[in-house]
Design a protein around this ligand. Structure first.
Ligand code: NI
Length: 252
């Protein structure tokens, strides 16, 4: 029987390995937020995809929208307000369970540019915790109210910011037809459409537009899937929209 020679690791190698691990740890901690990347790499998204995004909810109008999205097999993104999530947790849970993306739109919709970076972060954090309690998932996708946030504030945020490429101008629009026509006119591959599930006219207009656009070959996808299709990577702390001209997510 062969006697196994006991291997002893040289103290020099041990020291070198320890130093390397330490250096890598320090290096990874010092990486700025912007270098943390997301690569969901959504597959199966076709050539004509649109992300419908609904801000300021949930509201008493959201369930009708969810029913319609279900009927048409469409996915959407809901940038919810924390205090409304407190009011309608069951609706948010339902939207999450039905495969929609739940994004964060702050706790009570302040204009973030008027707040200090700490206060802005606190407001988003508060909403994030409420959403996480309801869905069990931290909402990494954030939309700033009015699209307003400073570059300095963004540096402090542990989130992917999403802007829009088409404004539905719908939040106080009382004409369903106007909203419907705007969606139909502006629909194109890569469009991120800003809408509000607080307005019944919006819900009705969207539910008219979806089957029409599906008949034209469009599919409706979550904004995280749209932005990361074809393996595109996103960095934290940068607001994104889809670039209409070179077919990729671009920072503002
Ligand atoms: Ni809003």
């Amino acid at each position: 029987m062969k006697k196994r020679k006991k291997k002893i690791i040289s103290p020099h190698i041990l020291l070198a390995v320890t130093a390397l691990v330490l250096a890598l740890t320090i290096l990874s901690r010092s990486l700025p937020d912007g270098t943390r990347r997301l690569n969901v790499g959504a597959s199966g998204i076709g050539e004509k995809a649109i992300a419908l995004t609904f801000d300021d909810g949930p509201s008493g109008k959201t369930e009708k929208l969810l029913d319609g999205l279900n009927e048409y097999g469409a996915k959407a993104t809901f940038f919810v307000i924390g205090k409304n999530v407190e009011k309608y947790p069951v609706i948010v849970r339902r939207a999450y369970d039905e495969g929609h993306l739940i994004g964060n739109h702050t706790y009570d919709h302040p204009r973030l540019t008027l707040l200090s970076p700490e206060k802005a972060k606190e407001n988003i954090q508060k909403s994030s915790e409420i959403i996480t309690d309801v869905t069990g998932t931290k909402p990494y996708f954030v939309r700033a109210p009015y699209g307003d946030i400073t570059a300095y504030q963004l540096k402090y945020m542990d989130a992917f910011f999403v802007s829009w490429s088409v404004n539905g101008y719908d939040w106080d629009e009382e004409s369903e037809d106007k909203i419907y026509n705007r969606i139909m006119k502006k629909a194109k591959d890569g469009a991120i459409i800003l809408l509000h599930d607080t307005n019944e006219c919006t819900v009705n207009a969207v539910l008219r537009a979806i089957p029409e656009l599906q008949a034209q070959g469009y599919e409706f996808v979550r904004v995280d899937d749209l932005l990361t299709r074809n393996g595109n990577k996103l960095a934290m702390g940068i607001p994104y929209r889809w670039c209409e001209y070179d077919n990729r997510p671009v920072a503002f």
